[in-house]
Design a binder for this molecule. Structure first.
Ligand SMILES: *[C@@H]1O[C@H](CO)[C@@H](O)[C@H](O)[C@H]1NC(C)=O
Ligand SMILES: *[C@@H]1O[C@H](CO)[C@@H](O)[C@H](O)[C@H]1NC(C)=O
Length: 442
């Protein structure tokens, strides 16, 4: 397991430090939250685009994203459970009524996400999220998966077609079973995406008191249990930290958190800056991006003016989220796309159609994700090191520098027994790693 062992793990020269030496003490005897990993999605056709890319392009992009020595070593993927028509959803047609027999269709492709999952797994990815943006349209008050509506049968939403809660739970668990049976274990299951937002694609609403989620979660939990499907339920992928905080209060007060494994939020309308606090469940930022409008293009810039699309902006965001908001995982929106440079919402792009290139933001993620991975830390077991105040770190400290001119350049880490000294230039980030003991002390 990898744990955040200090509040000062990634040392940022956030303000362009002046000439005086900054003194940093890392107490590796203090253990903070467990880190579950870092990741991204290839939803909405991007998995298929990835799969259809030329073989060498595909291989290079996969290495950029998943390789733990040459790439970012991402360890979490987030697949979309389709809720639309045939080719998108495993249940394109209504069984007529909630008690009708559903005709599931598994095409073994899942819009390219099955191939993508297989590739990720071949690099050792073990954390797989399946998240539904919506229930199939016929289960909703609006009758469509792509217009605002609620799940029929949840508190406050009765429909003439009946109560579809059990049918939606069956649908979600069936999706998980298709992957599990093929040997790719879905570890986390979500039934909402941005329920506080009403776009014109797959989406489903909940009220700010989360009453719909509260009235559905126990059904989903019991259905997974009864099917023998071992999966952690997640909720609610709100647009921002503030709304997710409101939802979490409601879920905790209603006792719903006992059925959940992780609290999930996005960070479009509010960044994660402080712990949610209402529950002891781990919290993950499951989607993030530079937003829309200016300052949202695909660029390799690390720092130029502090824009949303630059790497250093994200190095700051990640450090604040991981350290101050007690996050256990952080996922960007998409991974690989081809010639989509008008938007900075992905990490690697084959800008000329064949040669994948990482964005500046990619490096901000890589400095965390390459070295901090759940369950990958058992090295050096033969070295007995005790941790606590006044610990001896020996000469095992390593440091890497990332800034506008360097990507993961090895840099000097001076150790003198209990302390490690590194030089952190302005507008750059130094990743410091101290090895030894039962965990990778990143
Ligand atoms: C990662 O990259 C290294 C160096 O190119 C290579 O030897 C290794 O096989 C790659 N790992 C995987 C899982 O492909
Ligand atoms: C941080 O998260 C962990 C779960 O990962 C929880 O047990 C702990 O109470 C949280 N700490 C704070 C300060 O919120």
């Amino acid at each position: 397991m990898a744990y955040l062992l200090s509040k000062l793990v990634v040392l940022g020269g956030f303000a362009g430090l002046a000439a005086s030496q900054a003194s940093v003490t890392v107490d590796i005897g203090t253990k903070y939250q467990q880190i579950d990993g870092f990741g991204f999605s290839q939803a909405f056709g991007r998995a298929k685009e990835f799969q259809n890319a030329p073989a060498s392009t595909r291989q290079k992009a996969l290495d950029y994203l998943f390789n733990i020595t040459t790439g970012a070593g991402f360890s979490i993927i987030r697949n979309r459970v389709g809720s639309g028509g045939r080719g998108d959803s495993i249940l394109p047609n209504s069984p007529g009524s909630p008690s009708g027999k559903p005709s599931y269709i598994w095409d073994g492709d899942d819009s390219g996400q099955f191939w993508f999952t297989k590739q990720a797994a071949s690099y050792g990815v073990k954390t797989i999220i399946a998240d539904a943006w919506s229930a199939p349209g016929f289960m909703k008050t609006s009758g469509s998966d792509a217009t605002p509506g609620f799940l029929c049968g949840t508190t406050g939403h009765s429909c003439s077609s009946g109560d579809w809660r059990q049918a939606y739970a069956d649908f979600l668990v069936q999706y998980v079973k298709y992957y599990n049976e093929a040997g790719f274990k879905i570890t986390h299951l979500g039934f909402l995406n941005e329920p506080d937002y009403t776009p014109g694609y797959s989406q489903m609403q909940i009220s700010s008191n989360a009453q719909e989620a509260i009235s559905f979660i126990p059904t989903l939990y019991k259905t997974a249990q009864a099917a023998g499907v071992d999966v952690s339920l997640i909720c609610c992928d709100a647009m921002g930290w503030q709304m997710q905080s409101t939802y979490t209060t409601a879920l905790a007060n209603a006792g719903s958190t006992q059925y959940l494994g992780v609290i999930t939020s996005h960070s479009y309308t509010a960044d994660a800056r402080s712990p949610l606090g209402q529950t002891d469940l781990p919290t993950w930022n499951t989607e993030a991006g530079p937003g829309s409008g200016s300052g949202n293009t695909f660029v390799s810039t690390w720092y130029s003016r502090g824009a949303n699309e630059e790497g250093f902006t994200w190095a700051n965001k990640l450090a604040v989220a991981m350290v101050q908001a007690n996050l256990s995982a952080y996922l960007f929106w998409e991974g690989f796309e081809i010639r989509q440079t008008q938007s900075g919402s992905h990490l690697v792009d084959a800008t000329d159609g064949t040669e994948p290139k990482p964005s500046g933001i990619y490096w901000a993620f890589a400095m965390w994700s390459r070295h901090i991975r759940r369950g990958r830390a058992a090295g050096a077991q033969s070295v007995k090191t005790s941790f606590g105040g006044g610990v001896s770190v020996g000469d095992s400290a390593q440091a890497w520098l990332t800034n506008q001119g360097n990507t993961f350049a090895s840099t000097e880490a001076k150790t003198d027994g209990a302390a490690v000294t590194v030089s952190v230039p302005g507008r750059s980030v130094v990743t410091l790693k101290v090895a030894g003991g039962s965990g990778g002390k990143s």
